[in-house]
Design a protein around this ligand. Sequence first.
Ligand code: IMP
Length: 423
Amino acid sequence: MSVTAVIGAQWGDEGKGKLAHILSLDHDIILRYQGGSNAGHTVKAGGETFKFKLVPSGMLHAGKTCLLCDGVVVNVMTLAEEITALRERGQLKGELMISRHAHLVLPLHCMQDVYFEEAKGKRAIGTTRRGIGPAYADKYFRVGLRAGDMLKDDFAHRVKAMARRKNVLFTGYYNQPEVDPDQVWAQVAPAVEVLAPLVGDTIQLVRRAIGNGASILCEGAQGTLLDIDYGTYPFVTSSHPVSGGALLGTGISWRELSSVIGVTKAYNTRVGAGPFPTEDAGPDGERMREAGAEYGTVTGRPRRCGWLDLPLLRYAAQLSGFTELALTKTDVLDRFEELKICVAYERDGRRIEWPDLDPEVLQRSEPVYEMLPGWHSDVTAARSVDDLPTAFMDYLGFIEDYVGLPITYISVGADAGATISRA
Ligand code: IMP
């Protein structure tokens, strides 16, 4: 029995999808525990590119069980589209189950997300507009609809009742037109047909699998610094990407978690608003964006780019109890003469090593950089550590020493094959 969690150590987009895809080959069950269609995972396999927002990466492999567990919010339209598209490409190979407890994201939630963001004006968070915040808000307000409700006779009635409730908000608060509850149901009903047969008791399935010694891979979405409690609130998502979320969102207990892999890029990115001390708004950041194709998978927005922030990485490692690190997109730094790496901050004339995630305080934290030599060579063809230049290994060693963890996976390019394992 083993339970491995793959967790973002930064503000999302760390390349978790690629690692999860590779690791999924060695696991029986691949599950998601939080987030929804705000996540965008790109997997390149067998010459084909797959972009997933909701389905776990294991769906490409026959014989795998893929779960969307209790803590996930399921956009019914998006998931039905992904399943239908994978079926049409003949690539829906794994078995998919949706937890009956998982809350549903309806088009109503997406509309609410957009209205809310627009009403905030300059103070907008820059959400993915995928209805994530409104769906989790309904969950905690105890008025949400769950996947299990799709199996009940009165589901159409419940969807229409939700539309009527949202109309009060849409018209009264956001000054927007009413939606027609019958039309909302007409839009949602075909997706429900696709999804309802996939709803089940994932908790029981997970508990049985653990009892039978199965191996489980928990695929995190977003990253530690976007966690609702441990991130840069309010510039966060509405779920728990940290390892605690993998327990809360699934029915796995802490006793069973065997390894927690923290995934970090060799530099930092952020999409949407919020503090980012090491952001480089100049030519270096621009080079990272172009070399790393740093544009959002879900929204296409350009990502903000900057240097690796080690105090934040160590914070993420401690919160989730990372047992090891995966370092991704290292090839993006191939052409830099020198690499900056943030080892502390300066604030009010003092050197500080522990990050304060209050947005205003973090933004005022001036990074203290060490300069390391670049390796200025193309590492994309490297397939073992022996192929990597000394300066590259020094950069790796610097991160390992600072965080106190081994880097067991090194990604040197976009393809699944461009990964060096030291695990
Ligand atoms: P939401 O999750 O759509 O509510 O967006 C809240 C914040 O999280 C925004 O800054 C988004 O850009 C960010 N975010 C959400 N999902 C992702 C992701 O998968 N990668 C990177 N940023 C994300």
